[in-house]
Design a protein around this ligand. Sequence first.
Ligand SMILES: Nc1ncnc2c1ncn2[C@@H]1O[C@H](COP(=O)(O)OP(=O)(O)OP(=O)(O)O)[C@@H](O)[C@H]1O
Length: 239
Amino acid sequence: MWINNVEILKGVEFCAPKNSISVIVGPSGSGKSTFLKSINRIVELNTNVRWQGDILLNGVSLFDMDPVEVRRRIAMVFQTPNPFPHLTVFENVALPAKVNGVAKDKGALRELVKWALEKAMLWDEVKDKLEKHPNVLSGGQRQRLCIARALAMKPEVLLLDEPTANIDVINAKKIEETLRELKNEMTIIMVTHNPNQALRIGDYINVMFDGKMIESGPVGDIVLKTRNELAIKLLSEGW
Ligand SMILES: Nc1ncnc2c1ncn2[C@@H]1O[C@H](COP(=O)(O)OP(=O)(O)OP(=O)(O)O)[C@@H](O)[C@H]1O
């Protein structure tokens, strides 16, 4: 994949098994975020992108689908919590679902918002703040609000780009717990800079270096069997 004629992703082969957490690790600038943003084609929004190859969702090419449909089915949560500041907590979760036609009427929408906030393990903390704006929430709560907003679209795949990078340890643990629960309902692909986190919650580890996926496999295999020196170094020392 090329951005402005510079090759950024180089012959990447990657598979995210259903109902599992696939973690992507690698040094800064290796292409992790670009790869993640390719999976739901948001990388195309502001950049001049040229593709070679294919990305399949349940066997269907993303390039044969409407990009809006792709982004509903493959939702994304970014490193910095980015709730809509001018909308209430309720509206933050409800609006994208409403726009995408996920809930048909007000009752269904209320149910959906509650469901998404419960799944994101945030409901108990915000059920009395639904009409407040996200500035009253902590950073970790704002990030879980963004997860709830993504979940309300009922995605099949959830992409997360370092979702715990900017929050404290307790909230990071809550998000990890949330993801472990969520994988029963969807496929999760997450970028992390934290090797301990990768080993703690990843079912599959994928190591990226210089735009290539240099190692991939079940976490046990990667830890015990990999002979790739860079993968060993990255997973033991971090990056
Ligand atoms: N819109 C863009 N235009 C030009 N180059 C880009 C663009 N987006 C990413 N790149 C380049 O692609 C390469 C990979 O960047 P990317 O952000 O994907 O790496 P990363 O592994 O996620 O890094 P980090 O861990 O620091 O977030 C970098 O060299 C970057 O400069």
